[in-house]
Design a binder for this molecule. Structure first.
Ligand SMILES: Cc1cc2nc3c(=O)[nH]c(=O)nc-3n(C[C@H](O)[C@H](O)[C@H](O)COP(=O)(O)OP(=O)(O)OC[C@H]3O[C@@H](n4cnc5c(N)ncnc54)[C@H](O)[C@@H]3O)c2cc1C
Length: 667
């Protein structure tokens, strides 16, 4: 029997309560009540589920279709465009809300309408109404039933959009995208729960039963469930989340579990046929969550199992580059790794993670736990390189580049500093290695195989965002004849040092491949100013000559080195800060020049001061019969600016097609 249906037994039971009324009057009351309280919200949920399944199917199908299948103006004005201004990753409203993209907003808007319209309309009442004397009482009761059903019905969707494995295995939808829907659905779910709770409190208060209700366990479970929902929404406020992410994650999981348990008992104890379905809904939500966790644990066990009893976990070697950049090499069996160069290109279907044991490849991300530092939490990092160990074909590796922040990564820095303080002195460039056990989970995200097929490939990396951009740059340069340019905003040279080996390997591949129509170009954009501004002071002092100009970029590199080599070095300890700074400049310039010299001219490496332009036409000459890919990874503002530049080029038709891909390190 469906939730809005009733049996002849229900009718007969009602006859006992309303002996003065006819069976038709009782039936009419039951029909109107069931329609208003159960049929309308059930239909709303059906619409919401259909929308959601449609979204998953559309995302999966679109991901497999060639880009030309979707007209350019739809991509430029709907699918890839920000909602209003360029802001998408940069939060608005005092930094609290991140605006979805236009297409995401349409989906969220559709879900909003399907969720909230039933609050306001489609109410029916029988005449005579045997249950309620006043229309407002009848409507209030139906409103409370509707909000309860919709809130409970949204739960499986809230859970499935938060899963890392369950949703990507049936749809290619990426986690960042799913998070947008997760947050909005969770807010809708909590608002309905809150209306339900407040409404019942008012209703019971008016009838003078408010205090008495707290003696009923189902009421108390309901109060607890609403408290959990509100706690989840409150603690997810961006400012709180970003301040203490690990605390947020731990509390989020605990509160989510309690929400399921408390809601389950609340619904179960109502013991009414129409609600039986909703105990199933909660059970389904819990099962999705449990299954996702199980698959994640299998994945972790597969990737992190060590080679022997004495070495139960896989091992990683960490190398420090300066004071806050660490390159971690995780050793894995060759079968777990998809090499970046020479490996098979990932297929379109790789965006569907059907198996818990997918290979790790560069450009995807992993979740890393370092048990000796923080065994309870994992952190996402992008694989910057993956390959097989030379001379040991059964062994593979994945490399991560980690910038230290304030939590686990800071602990990592402290651990390494305790290994060798002197070697880590700023700017020394001396590498310190340390071996440790790690637990990995992944891959998450997918290799964007389409972007390396374009005629022009333009990449913008901000600092450690190079982890996402470099593998694409390497693939595009090594396996196609595309015009490739990587614009990399950096604060100092340490981070460039950390990828030098990878650039040198690319250089070897390019040399072996022979001449190409245009040299790949790397433009280092030094944004912090220390490096170039200091050098500029030297110019003023007549020590050396360095142009502090973006236009003179091609000469800047060699001039930087000549400037730095003659930097006067104050003697420590009196002027320690300047001494360290001067050492840093000197060392940076030398290393930059040395790296450029090792690149044998197969690609251009230039260093320029200041922020780069995000207009595509400022980097490549536009061509209406060529296609371009624009890729961004870095701070929120860099991603938003780059999207704006790519959309501009797409709308203006400067290229036949412009594909924009981003990874913002910010969920
Ligand atoms: C998909 C993705 C890929 C990333 N790739 C890289 C990379 O290649 N190299 C790199 O240096 N950084 C990367 N990051 C950022 C990196 O995950 C955080 O810097 C790291 O988790 C900080 O950990 P912490 O405990 O030291 O930082 P905290 O100081 O505690 O937090 C700093 C910030 O990091 C973020 N963060 C912290 N913990 C988590 C978590 N468990 N999950 C998600 N975000 C978290 C939060 O926004 C927080 O505000 C990536 C992030 C994402 C989402």
């Amino acid at each position: 029997m469906l939730p809005w249906e009733f049996s002849e037994d229900d009718l007969k039971d009602s006859l006992e309560y309303y002996p003065d009324n006819t069976i038709d009057e009782i039936r009419a009351t039951l029909v109107a009540f069931s329609y208003s309280s159960y049929y309308v919200p059930a239909m709303a949920l059906l619409v919401i589920y259909c929308l959601f399944v449609g979204l998953i199917l559309a995302d999966g199908i679109l991901g497999c279709l060639p880009r030309r299948a979707v007209p350019r103006w739809i991509r430029a004005h709907v699918m890839e465009a920000p909602l209003a201004t360029k802001k998408h990753h940069v939060a608005v409203g005092a930094g609290v809300i991140r605006l979805p993209l236009r297409l995401q907003s349409i989906v969220v808007g559709g879900l909003f309408l399907a969720t909230f319209v039933p609050i306001f309309c489609f109410y029916r009442r029988a005449n005579p109404d045997l249950y309620y004397d006043h229309a407002w009482e009848a409507h209030l009761r139906s409103l409370l039933d509707r909000t309860a059903m919709i809130s409970t019905g949204l739960l499986p969707l809230v859970i499935v959009t938060a899963t890392r494995r369950a949703l990507p295995s049936v749809s290619g939808i990426d986690f960042g995208n799913a998070m947008v829907y997760h947050r909005w659905l969770a807010r809708f779910c909590a608002i309905h729960g809150l209306i339900h709770g407040i409404g019942w409190s008012v209703s019971e208060g008016l009838r003078g039963h408010y205090k008495k209700e707290f003696k009923d366990p189902y009421w108390n479970w309901g109060c607890a469930a609403i408290a959990m929902f509100m706690g989840l929404v409150f603690l997810s406020i961006r400012q709180l989340r970003v301040k203490a992410y690990e605390v947020f994650i731990a509390l989020h999981v605990i509160l989510a579990l309690f929400s399921l348990v408390t809601l389950y008992f609340h619904v179960k104890l109502i013991d009414y046929a129409a609600w039986m379905y909703f105990t199933w809904v909660v059970e389904i939500a819990a099962a999705i969550w449990g299954l996702d966790r199980l698959v994640r644990w299998i994945n972790k066990a597969y990737l992190s199992a060590g080679t022997s009893f004495s070495q139960p976990l896989t091992q990683a070697v960490v190398t420090a580059h300066g004071s806050d950049i660490y390159r971690m090499r995780v050793h894995l069996g060759a079968s777990k790794v998809q090499p970046l160069i020479g490996g098979q290109q990932a297929s379109l279907l790789s965006r569907f993670r059907l198996s818990p044991i997918n290979k790790l490849s560069a450009g995807t991300s992993v979740r890393l736990t370092i048990p000796r530092l923080q065994f309870w939490s994992d952190h996402p990092f992008t694989v910057i390189d993956a390959g097989l160990v030379n001379g040991a074909e059964s062994q593979g590796y994945v490399d991560l580049l980690i910038r230290s922040a304030d939590g686990m990564t800071k602990q990592l820095a402290t651990l390494l500093q305790s290994s060798d303080d002197k070697a880590l002195e700023a700017g020394s460039g001396t590498a310190v290695d340390r071996t440790m056990n790690v637990v990995l989970e992944g891959p998450y995200g997918h290799w964007h195989s389409s972007v390396v097929k374009h005629d022009d490939v333009l990449l913008f990396a901000g600092g450690v965002g190079i982890t996402f951009c470099l593998p694409i740059f390497v693939q595009a340069a090594a396996q196609s004849d595309a015009r490739c340019k990587l614009v990399w905003a950096i604060r100092d040279f340490d981070i460039v040092d950390s990828v030098a080996d990878q650039l040198i390997r690319l250089d070897e591949v390019l040399r072996a491949a022979g001449p190409r129509s245009s040299k790949p170009k790397i433009e280092l954009r030094v944004t912090a100013g220390e490096f170039f501004d200091k050098a500029k002071e030297e110019v003023a002092e007549g020590v050396a000559e360095l142009k502090h100009s973006a236009t003179d970029s091609d000469n800047a590199l060699s001039k930087a080195s000549s400037s730095a080599s003659s930097t006067p070095i104050p003697s420590p300890p009196d002027e320690k800060a300047e001494y360290v700074e001067a050492k840093k400049i000197e060392s940076s310039s030398k290393r930059l020049t040395a790296l450029a010299a090792r690149l044998s001219g197969s690609m251009d490496l230039v260093a320029v001061h200041g922020r780069p332009s995000k207009r595509v036409a400022d980097h490549f000459e536009p061509h209406s019969d060529r296609t371009a890919a624009v890729i961004a990874c870095g701070p929120a503002s860099l991603c938003d600016d780059t999207r704006e530049g790519a959309i501009f080029a797409l709308r203006k038709g400067e290229w036949r097609d412009v594909e924009y891909v981003e990874e913002c390190f910010d969920w």
